[in-house]
Design a binder for this molecule. Structure first.
Ligand SMILES: N[C@@H](CCC(=O)N[C@@H](CS)C(=O)NCC(=O)O)C(=O)O
Length: 206
């Protein structure tokens, strides 16, 4: 049994942590807690994450939930100097982009995805999806600007900041979000998504 347990099926936000674990080459067990069956709300799982959400991790007895916190923790613990920056200022930027992804991108991308790809056709709200895509124009401009000046969010190298934002934007494809006006962001996103670890994590979703 591995020291690290990652709770959550790969077709959930646990994807973010599974991608990171693949990047770091970590040995882990994936405890495939499925929200669709209600397992996230069972007493046994609520002892791990009282919110009833995945992902969560148990790292040799240390339990942590919230996907961004988990990824920042794991990257710092196992990837300092590579996926996780050493300089405090760069660390600040890794937090900045991770929190930005959660607050500026996640909700509208999900709204567009649910209303264009997940809900049954007769339950989809095209106007809500369009409004969500419109709301993304400004943050996408911010992202496009950031990766115009340098290859990745913190500089020349891929880090946990890129992974956290790109993992949220992995929903942009099923959400059919148009990146035509944001070519640098589109190029950055495809470079992130083409990484072998990203592909390996996507393969777990099949
Ligand atoms: N902010 C949390 C959100 C987690 C979340 O909502 N996860 C969904 C799956 S993607 C979930 O567990 N839903 C099941 C439930 O709430 O019972 C995070 O990023 O970890």
């Amino acid at each position: 049994m591995a020291q690290l347990k990652i709770y959550g099926i790969p077709r959930s936000r646990a994807f973010r942590t599974l991608w990171l674990a693949k990047e770091l080459g970590l040995d882990y067990d994936n405890v495939a807690i499925d929200f669709a069956t209600g397992e996230t709300r069972q007493p046994a799982y609520l002892k791990i994450n009282p919110n009833g959400h995945v992902p969560a991790i148990d790292d040799d007895g240390f339990v942590l939930w919230e996907s961004m916190a988990i990824n920042l923790y794991l990257a710092k613990k196992y990837g300092s100097g590579s996926l996780y920056p050493r300089r405090l200022e760069d660390e600040g930027h890794a937090w900045q982009w991770s929190f930005w992804g959660m607050t500026e991108l996640e909700r509208p991308v999900l709204t567009a995805m649910f209303n264009r790809a997940i809900y049954p056709e007769d339950k989809r709200d095209a106007a809500a999806a369009d409004a969500a895509e419109k709301a993304l124009q400004h943050p996408f401009g911010v992202l496009d600007g950031a990766v115009s000046a340098q290859s990745y969010l913190l500089g020349d190298a891929f880090t946990v900041a890129d992974l956290n934002v790109a993992a949220i934007l992995s929903w942009a494809r099923p959400a059919r979000i148009d990146f035509t006006a944001f070519p640098k962001a589109a190029d950055w996103l495809s470079r992130c998504a083409l990484r072998p670890a990203a592909k390996a994590a996507r393969d777990l979703q099949r």
